[in-house]
Write a protein that binds this ligand. Sequence first.
Ligand code: FAD
Length: 486
Amino acid sequence: MNGSVGTRSTNDPAVGLPPSAGWLAPGWHAPGWPAPDPELSRTAVSAADGAYTQVRSSYMRVGSPRVVFRPTTEEDVQRAVRYAAEVRRVAGEPVPLSVRSGGHGISGASTNDGGIVIDLARMAGIESLDASASMVRVEAGTTWGELATRLAPYDRALTSGNVGGTGVGGIATAGGIGYFARSQGLTLDHVRRVRVVTADAAVRWVDAEHDPDLFWALRGGATQAGIGVCFELDVPAIGSASGGATVLHQEVEYLVDDLAGFVRDWGDWIGGAPRAAESFLMLQDAGVGRTVVRAQNVWANHDTAAAIPVLEAALNLGPVLHQQARAVPYPHLVPSFGRSHTRQQRLEMRAALVDRADRELGEAMAAALRHRATMLGELRALGAAVSDVPAEATAWAGRHQEVFAATWIQPLGQDLADESFRTLQELSTGTYGAYSTDVRAGEAERAWPGATGERLRHIADRVDPGRLFDAGLVLAPRARDLHKHG
Ligand SMILES: Cc1cc2nc3c(=O)[nH]c(=O)nc-3n(C[C@H](O)[C@H](O)[C@H](O)COP(=O)(O)OP(=O)(O)OC[C@H]3O[C@@H](n4cnc5c(N)ncnc54)[C@H](O)[C@@H]3O)c2cc1C
């Protein structure tokens, strides 16, 4: 691997635009706001610039920020953080501040209206720290698809999400439920050091020895601990026989009459399978009491002899409409569709961690799918390596649950979304905050319950007492609450 930290992303939508397009023009300055440092100003994109349409929005939200800073160095990030704090001070109000890595955040918090975005897309360097790429240093703006492609020649792959366009910064700080969840755990379980810019604009490496509290918070607490600009990640070998990080990928489509029984049998099957097996289900109501279930099953090592009986057993879970299984290089499973976001997906989403895949979960999912606002449901197997990590080890508290459940909901408002998700919410014993459009206080309490929430709040009080980083799902208070109460 020849890449080094500082390599720019080839996916950057604004790369190649001439300076006349505006985004490199020096001297950006917003009326009523202080003038930024000239170095920072050079990274600014505003509505007057040609590149603005390519950087104003995220995957889930159209934004109209006053400025998008596009740093190329950590010093630029420090300048942007310092500037955002200064704007809030001068404006006398909590001007919105968003942090963006891949722009795939579901809450839409990586853009805003009238505020500042720090877009890390141009910080996308990847560097191997040893000859076999077992440890890599990756800048936050890298996408997981880019990283998968770079790691494949080493027969290594790191669990991320199942969409390659998601950013390293957004997943490594929030969670990461990917195709290797049962064998590798969450993405954040592989973070060994983080280079972080905190709300006071200081930058430092944190790890298990250096500010372990901050290191703990950066693995699951999202931006509440600061901006992770660079991550050192350990990367497992997946030992594929044919090289190139090849995995077995099985797709099965079922037409199910009894969803409760199907979910119980699916849970028994995947729960009893070796850890190399992972299974994601997408579910859709087909009317007349039936459900179309599409399973994506991945086998994450080269032991195909062991894989065959497991993947064959998947065909007995229900009436099969279609199935195919093939060996596929892992990067093909995590495609990246470029970085220019235009609110490609317009929906509400709700998520839950659920203790078991049993009939009760199947009934709750069936009820959610029947609701007129629900478009799709998801079930993903957890447990195994995710549960090996103690709940107190990171700011991701949900370690005992065996299933992740989510629904995609028509964008018709919070009330209808809540109503459609009610049966699943009742079974929920936690949530994955970065997989929901709900950013209300109750959701934050579910994402960071009990002692996890207390510790995270305590750390945020220390490193960000003014709540500069208060976008999206965060524990109270937000900056506006502090502002209101003087
Ligand atoms: C289509 C789609 C599929 C998805 N599939 C999966 C999946 O399979 N598994 C899974 O686990 N998740 C999945 N997600 C959820 C997604 O991984 C999270 O929302 C993640 O936070 C997105 O990261 P990003 O950098 O792309 O997002 P961004 O929109 O750039 O950021 C999202 C939020 O993360 C925080 N953040 C971003 N960068 C940093 C940083 N450098 N430091 C600190 N905080 C930061 C910010 O608060 C920001 O608001 C999916 C999302 C979408 C839209």
